[in-house]
Every structure is written in C-alpha cells, then in structure tokens.
Ligand binder design. Structure first.
Ligand code: GRF
Length: 200
C-alpha cells in the first residue's frame, strides 16, 4: 500500500518541490497527505497549494510553548506513515521524535557527522574542506545524529563562497531526498544500530 507522508517545511521549499516532481513523474511511490510550515509566510506552502496539496501553517508564534506547538503539528499530521523534514528549521523535542520513532527523515546540507546544526554549507566553506555534500538520515534525539540513509558528495573549491557551495549541494539534495524516500517507500531500509541496511 502506498505510504502517506507529512512534510514539514520552513522556507522556500525547493526540496519539497523535488519530492512533488518525483511523485508526479512516477519515480516516487508516495502520497503527500499534508505540507506543514511553522512559518505562515513560507513559499513552500504556496508551492504545495499550487500542486493541489493540503498546506497548513502551524505558526510557532501562536503557541505558548514547544509542547503545545508539537501537539498542533501532530494534529495536522494525522495518521501519516512518516514525516519528512525538508528544510524545517526547528528542533523537535524528544517526545515528538519518540512518537514518530524511526519514521522521521531529514535532509541536512553537509556530510554528517561533520557540520551538524545550522549553516552546514557555511561551516564546510569556512573550514575549507575539499569535498562537501548532503545527508539524508532518520531522525533521532540528537541534532543531525540519526542513522544515515544516503549521502551525496560534491567538490568544494577555494573560489567558493557559502552561496556557490550551497547551490552545488542543493542540486544533490534534490536527488538524494527522493532517492532515500523511494527506498523507504519500498520498505528497502532496515535500521540496525547506527547503520541503515539497504536491500530488498
Ligand atoms: C536545504 O539546504 C536543507 O538541506 C536545509 O535547508 C535548506 C532548505 O531548502 N535543511 P528548501 O526550503 O528545500 O529550498
């Protein structure tokens, strides 16, 4: 049966668009039940609406605390099979992550475990690494520490700045996220300790 996902976004939503496009072209056997943003003005919500998807703002500022905000997220998610963080800029609580144990997938714009947290691309550029990339992983209680599904590598050049490097990484994000989600959708991922086994 086709799995249903909820996608959490905060900004422009290019990764969301990549998922939408790969579902439309038949590559990705998933159904998007809802797109949720903590930022009511996020362009990602507009993209969702343009594709005829349910788009919901769960405005963090309208909630007194994280617990009630996350209750709002859970209500909006309903009975989805999994949650995708596609440029979602908030840290989720241990309770929320436990509620969706091993059913939350995140895209991070760095080669984890290097450069977790905010601005992975800037961190890599400042550090002067010769390669950079992105990581799709299951979410656990830490920040960007969960079991890794897929990583994609790009070259990093002396001449790069944060923006040129981020653009090169973003192109790979748009390939990596649908690829990882396809494996998940087709039940080809098994988490064994820290490692993810990929296979039929
Ligand atoms: C991406 O670089 C993603 O890895 C990071 O935030 C950015 C979101 O971009 N977490 P978009 O909203 O998908 O265009």
């Amino acid at each position: 049966m086709t799995k249903k996902i909820g996608i959490l976004v905060s900004g422009r939503g290019s990764n969301l668009q990549a998922i939408i496009d790969r579902i439309k072209d038949g590559y990705l056997p998933l159904e998007i039940s809802v797109v949720i943003s903590d930022m009511p003005g996020a362009f990602a919500l507009e993209r969702a609406r343009q594709s005829g998807l349910k788009a919901v703002a769960v405005d963090r500022k309208a909630y007194a605390n994280r617990a009630s905000f996350e209750t709002g997220l859970n209500e909006a998610l309903g009975d989805v099979d999994g949650v995708v963080l596609a440029g979602f800029m908030r840290i989720l609580s241990g309770e929320f992550i436990e509620r969706w144990h091993h059913r939350i997938i995140n895209i991070h714009p760095a080669l984890l475990p290097s450069f977790p947290g905010m601005h992975g691309q800037r961190q890599a550029n400042d550090y002067g690494t010769k390669v950079a990339g992105c990581t799709v992983h299951f979410v656990d209680a830490g920040t960007d520490t969960g079991p890794i599904i897929i990583q994609k590598v790009v070259p990093a050049y002396f001449e790069d700045d944060e923006d040129t490097l981020a653009a090169r990484i973003l192109e790979q994000e748009h390939a990596a996220l649908p690829e990882a989600l396809k494996l998940w959708a087709e039940d080809k991922l098994t988490i064994i300790g820290r490692k993810v086994k990929i296979g039929g």
